[in-house]
Ligand binder design. Sequence first.
Ligand code: ATP
Ligand code: MG
Length: 335
Amino acid sequence: SAPLLAVRDLERHYPVTEGLLQREVGRIRAVDGVSFTVERGETLGLVGESGSGKSTTARTILGLETPTAGKIFFEGNDIDDLSGAAERAFQRRVQLVVQDPDEAFNPRMTVGEAVAEPLALHGMDDADRRRAIVTDLLERVGLAAADSERYPHEFSDGEKQRLAIARALVVDPDLLVADEPTSALDARVEAEILGLLADIREAYDVSILFISHNIDIVRRFCDRVAVMYLGELVETGPTDAVLSAPAHPYTRLLLDSVPSLDPTDRGLPEPLTDTVPDPADPPTGCRFHPRCRSVIQPDGVDLPTDTWRAVAAFRFTLDAEALPDGLDDTAAVRE
Ligand code: ATP
Ligand code: MG
């Protein structure tokens, strides 16, 4: 049967305009040809540095952005073709949890009202029933029924994220898109929220698209991982396979940039210091090649690395077939 979610050749470009006439002078290729699936019951990690296009991908899936090109399928149906009840069902069945829970809450609404709001929006008119569902859910996410009378500012950041998760869950979704849901939290609270999400995916059988810049959290939390760089996926596959033997040098760089949890490994993480290229003018060939430590010179060539990179970048525009090792510009996909 069709996967729960299938993203096919998705592009979201933002025009760069100039002058009073808003003449288009370029395009930021925020998402530039991305394909992946999320199966029922699965957690897929989408990982990459800041600016790689993770949130834009998420927002496009939720219908908050219009794709420049490409398609999104939910249970095999093109979401563009949905209307009426089918469209509302899609809007109910895919829910977003963002990094900053304050975005999800109106400071003047009690959290009980806020968590119940999606129920009313999706047609549940019975206020008593809404209240009963919300109190239940508050306890499920580790808060108290009485908390529903309180206001958002009375809660800690971790508690607010629990409330945001409750608000996303209240309409019984099949897919949670969690965009860095723990990035703003300290390590202890982060672990608590990850524990809660793990409980919830078990109890409610919900799939999760888990967006993170932290490959170590993805390792602990996700069944499969998709690694994103400058608008493209460089590698997709089962988490263990990808992280124990990364096929793409960018994945290796991400792995080397987090502290090892292995106590016998004394190597210090290598910080990601070099800058990410401009997404309005991405490098030709493999977009990672200007930062790649595995750029390999062909036999008989002996140039300083930077010079070779420049040559290689030029070469790719002429001959995309014959790329040396480490410069493969086709994403390595191991499904
Ligand atoms: P982060 O880890 O910082 O959240 P991200 O991977 O979520 O990063 P996006 O927010 O998707 O990245 O941004 C991808 C690129 O698109 C960035 O270069 C960003 O500046 C650009 N971008 C995002 N939204 C817009 C917009 N509305 N208009 C113009 N450019 C945008
Ligand atoms: Mg983001």
